[in-house]
Design a protein around this ligand. Structure first.
Ligand SMILES: [Zn+2]
Length: 77
């Protein structure tokens, strides 16, 4: 194989591998940032009307409203 051809193959191959690694890393970071927002639930306080959000594992405890302290629970249908 011509040394110039080998150089071109290695040059293009390393660029493709670098692009693939960067693409996979960015996809993973994007998925992690989406999961943080997806795991929150929005609440509307029935006493004062304040809107706030909680992480999913705090929902069953009935976290108090930051404005008036009234405990709002998740609605089940
Ligand atoms: Zn409230």
């Amino acid at each position: 194989m011509n040394p110039f051809t080998l150089f071109i193959v290695l040059y293009v191959g390393s660029a493709l591998i670098g692009t693939l690694v960067l693409w996979l890393w960015h996809d993973r970071q994007d998925r992690l940032s989406f999961e943080i927002h997806r795991r929150r639930k929005a609440f509307h306080c029935v006493r004062c009307g304040f809107l706030y959000s909680l992480r999913k594992h705090d929902v069953s405890k009935g976290e108090p409203c930051p404005e008036c302290g009234y405990k709002n629970y998740e609605l089940s249908f």
